[in-house]
Design a protein around this ligand. Structure first.
Ligand code: NAP
Length: 460
């Protein structure tokens, strides 16, 4: 096994790494020192003479040459910027994120000879770089420690205790006991139990779950199980279908669960369990992804990314969103981020007005729809779903210049999309939202980016 330390400059990776290696009887490797030895020059000289990209290439080579076993490795602050680096670092390793408050990091690195990464002042750079990389560190880490609050010896003993806990697997057994009382059928929890509580302890990279009521039919367990296998993540992803959110959160905390996908009806209620919520999730008013780092949960929203990504590159214009629920809020946020002027049209105009107030956009009832003043249409209602059928817009309501994104994904080709195709519109299926929200969730859960095509292939 390897222990890999990640984190910003000044978080103590080299000092704590050397002490940890000594305590565990492991060898210590520092990828920055490996780069300097391989290139025959200091890191400031590599940056000055060959540029940052040459340094990153050398860093990736150093990471790939780390021994697979019996090593504690300290990495450079930017190692996590590449999903490929994270995948290589995590293979067969426990990854520990060493963090500290930005003021502590700035004080520790004030006299550093490391090259600056931005044109900002030292303190501003420390804050900006740490904030930008936090989601990557948190995703890539199996365990997180605040070294600002601990002595080096305490940090070492915390990491050793974590390694032992992961080897014991006791926390997994507690989660299986909880799963037995949920709606999971006996076969499934027995299989999950076997995967969770292996004889040699807990999976190296921990436990993940989708939580909801109901969520028995969620495709996330199938998707993430395949993605973890393809990306070398030794994690188990299960489902927790149970109506009592408080009981779920107590169980996942006790079991040390690393990441949660959150679905109906918990997307706003889980916010009370988050220690930090991203600005996007706050603006949308919903959290669909939770990542635990140390004792704290960070709440994020990847639904809006799932809507924004397939529309990226669409010229700014007039967009209409049908619906005024959670999916519509994510759609309005994504469309505004793309520079669109948005109008929300809903069956009950009162709900449309409430969204319009939050986001400062136009609103109305369905009959306010004007095809000539529309460029992009997003259907965020269930109309068109399997079993219900129908479409809010007929072919006569559509124009060839429209982009039509139907968030309904069962069936993949809805009546609305069939109508839009007949007229010559650009069409985007609801499955694309699922693909891109899952891609972002994978990055937040593991620090590893999964290819969209791989996700499409897994989903079939
Ligand atoms: P929600 O909070 O229940 O909101 C549903 C909205 O649709 C409400 O504004 C509702 O209007 C409207 N609506 C319902 N039935 C209607 C009908 N027969 N005619 C006209 N409007 C109707 O649901 P949500 O979470 O926002 O999800 C909406 C849809 O988005 C889901 O059904 C799903 O198909 C899709 N979705 C897709 C993904 C994906 O990954 N592709 C993810 C999430 C959601 P009222 O306000 O008048 O009740």
């Amino acid at each position: 096994m390897r222990v890999v330390l990640i984190g910003p400059r000044g978080s103590g990776k080299t000092t704590i790494g050397a002490l940890l290696a000594e305590a565990m009887g492991y060898r210590f490797c520092d990828t920055d020192a490996m780069v300097e030895a391989a290139e025959g020059m200091s890191i400031p000289a590599i940056f000055a003479e060959r540029g940052e990209s040459a340094f990153r290439t050398a860093e990736t080579a150093a990471i790939r040459s780390l021994p697979p076993d019996g090593v504690v490795a300290a990495t450079g602050g930017g190692a996590v910027l590449s999903g490929g680096n994270v995948q290589a670092l995590r293979a067969g390793s426990l990854t520990v994120f060493l963090d500290a408050d930005a003021a502590v990091l700035a004080a520790r690195t004030y006299r550093s000879t490391r090259p600056p990464l931005t044109g900002l002042s030292h303190t501003e750079e420390v804050i900006a770089v740490r904030n930008a990389r936090l989601p990557l560190y948190r995703g890539a880490a199996d365990f997180c420690i605040d070294t600002g609050a601990l002595s080096h010896a305490e940090a070492v003993s915390r990491i050793q205790a974590f390694v032992k806990e992961r080897e014991s697997g006791a926390a997994c057994r507690a989660l299986v006991a909880f799963l037995q009382q949920t709606r999971m059928d006996r076969n499934e929890w027995e299989m999950t139990g076997e995967r969770l509580c292996r004889v040699e302890g807990m999976p190296l990279h921990g436990l993940f779950a989708v939580i909801g009521s109901p969520c028995l039919h969620s495709r996330s367990p199938e998707l993430f199980t395949a993605l973890f296998a393809a990306c070398g993540v030794d994690g188990v992803y299960t489902r927790i279908d149970w109506p009592d959110l408080g009981a779920i959160m107590a169980a996942v905390r006790a079991a040390g669960v690393k990441g949660l996908s959150v679905t109906i009806p918990f997307k706003s209620d889980v916010m009370q369990y988050c220690d930090e919520i991203t600005a996007d999730a706050c603006a949308i008013g919903a959290v669909n992804t939770m990542v635990r780092c140390g004792d704290g949960w960070t709440g994020a929203n990847t639904d809006w990314t799932g809507i924004r990504q397939p529309l990226a590159g669409t010229p700014p214009g007039d967009a209409v969103v049908f619906g005024a629920g959670g999916a519509a809020r994510a759609a309005v946020y994504a469309l505004q981020d793309l520079g669109m002027a948005v109008t929300v049209l809903n069956r009950s105009p009162d709900r449309a007005r409430s969204i319009a107030r939050s986001f400062g956009c136009e609103y109305g009832a369905h009959d306010a729809y004007n095809p000539e003043r529309t460029d992009v249409i997003v259907n965020a209602t269930p109309v068109g779903m399997e079993g219900r059928g129908g479409s809010l817009l007929a072919a006569g309501d559509l124009r060839a210049h429209h982009t039509v994104f139907d968030l309904v994904y069962t069936p993949p080709e809805t009546l609305l999309l069939r109508n839009a195709r007949a007229v010559g519109c650009r069409c985007i299926r609801g499955t694309e939202m699922f693909v891109y929200q899952a891609q972002e969730q994978m990055r937040l859960f593991t620090g590893i980016g999964a290819d969209a095509d791989m996700i499409r292939e897994i989903l079939g």
